[in-house]
Design a protein around this ligand. Structure first.
Ligand code: ASP
Length: 356
């Protein structure tokens, strides 16, 4: 009489344990899904410099905000649909490169020789693979070429003629010189050359000092994007025409991995804008990442330390946008303003221009 009872009891116990285990596994897998799908985000910039409200018309303000919102929304949508951070940053940058408002692609500044030369780079935080192009002249979307360098060559950076030959091989869209001509940038170059002639003592040229007006008002507009996707992968990208009146052949920080662009899944993704020479000598992107990795600093503290202290001490002006592996965002700049935007945790697009 006892035997069947024992059997029933044991059977129930085993059955209950099995059910419990399955329930725990289901809850755990749901939690895992939640943690990979809820944390993602994106930040973009459109250059730092002396951006003062008193010098802006409401139309221009509106135009910048609209374009930044458009780029951010397209990028964010990719992330929201489960796409990769690399696709998100490339898409956002291409939109800004196609706009005459920014110093990248179509709206790039001029070199002293009256040419346009673009630098761009992209980095994958998961693999630490990176691609960059320097001093290319006819590539409509330098960021797309940088990505092809990363994905289709064993190299990190191609420059000048070699980069353009590679662009042709890859069927990348090339444009004639006049596509990149904008009246506004041409006038900026003329003004800068005139000012240079009047300035007999180059060491007194304040264009390289912090809050110096000249570099900032005539060159700003470099574009950058950083993103964290639902799979937990970070990516960073930057594209620029460089500095107005630069020597032809000059390459800035934007295509230098670790300086203007850096991404590492263990820490953060960073894109910078400002006086490239200072960003190169400070390895701004990499410095922020290693302060997090080796010193255990938060993203905000690391980014502030580099942009507001180290760069300032060296005399360099500019800013960065950054996002960490947990979706925290930082956008410090030591200039008057920085075109910037991000999507908050509720999915709302926030675009800002001035210091607050
Ligand atoms: N960092 C860029 C360069 O030096 C310029 C900028 O961000 O405005 O080429």
């Amino acid at each position: 009489m006892n035997k069947p009872l024992k059997f029933t009891f044991r059977f129930h116990l085993t059955y209950r344990l099995l059910a419990l285990t399955i329930a725990v596994l289901v809850v755990l897998s749901c939690q895992q899904k939640d943690s990979t799908s809820s944390t993602f985000g994106m930040v973009i910039h459109g250059g730092a410099g002396t951006i003062l409200k008193k010098n802006m018309t409401s139309e221009l303000e509106e135009a910048y905000s609209t374009k930044l919102t458009e780029a951010l929304s397209y990028g964010y949508n990719i992330l929201n649909n489960g796409g990769s951070s690399l696709d998100a940053v490339e898409t956002a940058i291409k939109i800004l490169e196609d706009s005459p408002l920014f110093n990248a692609g179509k709206g790039a500044v001029f070199t002293h020789s009256g040419t346009n030369e673009f630098d761009a780079s992209i980095m994958d935080g998961k693999t630490l693979m990176a691609g960059a192009v320097g001093a290319v002249k006819h590539v409509k979307n330098p960021i797309a070429l940088a990505r092809l360098v990363m994905e289709k060559t064993p190299h990190v950076m191609l420059t000048g003629e070699g980069a353009e030959a590679f662009a042709k091989e890859q069927g990348v869209e090339l444009m004639p010189d006049d596509y990149f001509f904008t009246e506004r940038r041409w006038k900026q170059l003329q003004r800068k050359i005139e000012r240079g002639k009047k300035n007999t003592n180059p060491s007194k040229d304040k264009t390289t000092t912090i809050k110096g007006l000249e570099f900032e008002s005539s060159s700003m507009g470099t574009v950058g994007a950083v993103a964290l996707d639902k799979a937990g992968n970070l990516a960073a990208a930057t594209s620029t025409g460089g500095l107005t009146n630069k020597r032809f052949g000059r390459v800035g920080d934007s295509p230098i991995i670790g300086a203007g662009t850096y991404a590492n899944n263990r820490t953060c993704a960073v894109s910078g804008t400002g006086q490239g020479e200072y960003f190169m000598r400070s390895l701004v992107g990499y410095d922020i990442s290693v302060l997090m990795e080796y010193r255990g600093m938060s993203l905000e503290k690391a980014a502030n330390t580099v942009v507001m202290k180290k760069l300032v001490k060296l005399g360099g002006s500019g800013g960065v946008i950054a996002i960490d592996k947990d979706g925290n965002v930082a956008m410090p700049f030591n200039t008057e303003g920085m075109y910037r935007g991000y999507v908050d945790r509720d999915g709302k697009v926030i675009v800002k221009i001035y210091r607050e």
